[in-house]
Design a protein around this ligand. Structure first.
Ligand code: ADP
Length: 364
């Protein structure tokens, strides 16, 4: 049985705004789940309903198979880490971490032992006597996490915990959160708008848009098998390239290039004949020599960005634009023609009306 079940969960705010529509998810014990999507898509609302901080308008929330909609936050055995660390400024790191246990009247010796153990996991042992203002942003966030994990709760909730940190601290803290999860094994639900955080941390990702779940899957599934244009464009950096073109005889134009989709579409080619189709390929999936069966393309180089480990090449082919990721040693000159190959196995096709993926034949 799933540890946590969300069944047709809806949130309609008192002003009538329907923020979350029919959210369905089963979470196993120990899983690291990430809710990801653009700002305003309903991630925090869903997390707050799980925390018991927001009423569930409709649907069932179960813990261990028992309905928990009406339970208060404390009875749900959840701990939450927010974007703002919400530390007590006049208390030391030790007292901040100990706070929940002190409130519960836990024995002082037990508190001391638990705080020390938690501080050791978080690398805060040398800072226990300090006040929050004498800590870096990353250290403060670790204290906030410590305060949450010291209570042996069932569910650990995190709402954009890294957004107040600078880029470098975010990367460090991200791997620390993964490490803490490995050590504690706590069931975790983590909210972020950042697809990289989602991809690197999650066992499974829930992609949301406008209050609707778009897809639930492992990072691998979302990257290789996105169900629609939104997920395909949201996961991956730079995003997937999309070309919207009318298909004639199973062929679309990409600038002056022709891309024959018959092999991919098989029998479905007839269904899309004469219709617009959305053709997608990832910047990193192109080849400079045709290693796999695919399509050849020639395009004009508009701009290049040398990033060290790769170069982003911005190209135009007629009206169509795309970004390609190449080895820095293959960086082309601006304003020249650039030839590349798109393997069939890295092509994605979407219905232009529904924006849903069109399942294709496997071509190697
Ligand atoms: P996210 O976490 O994905 O950025 P939220 O869950 O915070 O999104 O918000 C989802 C939507 O619900 C947004 O459009 C937001 O403006 C709206 N919303 C959030 N809180 C309230 C509220 N108390 N009353 C009405 N609408 C709200």
């Amino acid at each position: 049985m799933a540890y946590i079940t969300l069944k047709n969960i809806n949130k309609i705010y008192p002003n009538g705004y329907h923020a979350v529509h029919d959210f369905n998810l089963e979470i196993d014990k120990g899983e690291f789940i990430v809710f990801v999507g653009p700002s305003g898509c309903g991630k925090s609302t869903t997390l707050r309903m799980i925390a018991g901080l927001e009423d569930i308008s409709n649907g069932d929330f179960l813990i261990n198979g028992n309905r928990a909609n009406e339970l208060g936050p404390r009875e749900r055995e959840v701990a939450m880490v927010f974007q703002s660390y919400a530390l007590y400024p006049q208390m030391t790191v030790f007292d901040n971490i100990a706070f929940g246990l002190t409130l519960q009247g836990v024995d002082e010796e037990v508190i001391e032992e638990k705080v020390k153990k938690t501080a050791a996991i978080l690398g805060l042992t040398d800072y226990l006597d300090r006040l929050p203002r004498a800590l870096s942003g990353g250290q403060r966030q670790r204290v906030a996490i410590g305060r949450a994990i010291i209570r042996k709760v069932g569910i650990f909730l995190m709402d954009e915990p890294l957004s107040n940190l600078d880029a470098k601290q975010r990367v460090t803290m991200r791997s620390e959160i993964a490490q803490i999860h490995r050590e504690t094994g706590a069931t975790t639900i983590y909210v972020t708008h950042d697809q990289t955080e989602a991809m690197t941390l999650a066992d499974r990702i829930v992609v949301m848009k406008d209050g609707y779940v778009q897809q639930i899957g492992t990072p691998y599934e979302l990257y290789f098998n996105p169900v629609n244009v939104f997920v395909a464009g949201f996961i991956g950096e730079p995003p997937m390239n999309f070309v919207r073109e009318k298909m004639t005889k199973g062929v679309i134009k990409f600038g002056d290039n022709t891309i024959d989709l018959n092999k991919l579409l098989g029998k479905k080619a007839a269904q899309y004949e004469g219709k617009e189709i959305i053709f997608g390929f990832r910047p990193e999936s192109i080849e400079l020599t045709a290693e796999h069966d695919g399509a050849k393309a020639v395009a004009q180089v508009e701009l290049t960005e040398m990033l060290g480990d790769n170069t982003n090449v911005y190209i135009t082919a007629g009206e169509d634009k795309a970004i390609l990721k190449v080895d820095p040693h293959d960086t082309p000159e601006i304003d020249t023609d650039f030839t590349f190959y798109i393997p069939y196995r890295s092509m994605y096709l979407f219905d232009a009306e529904t924006e849903e993926v069109i399942p294709t034949e496997a071509v190697q």
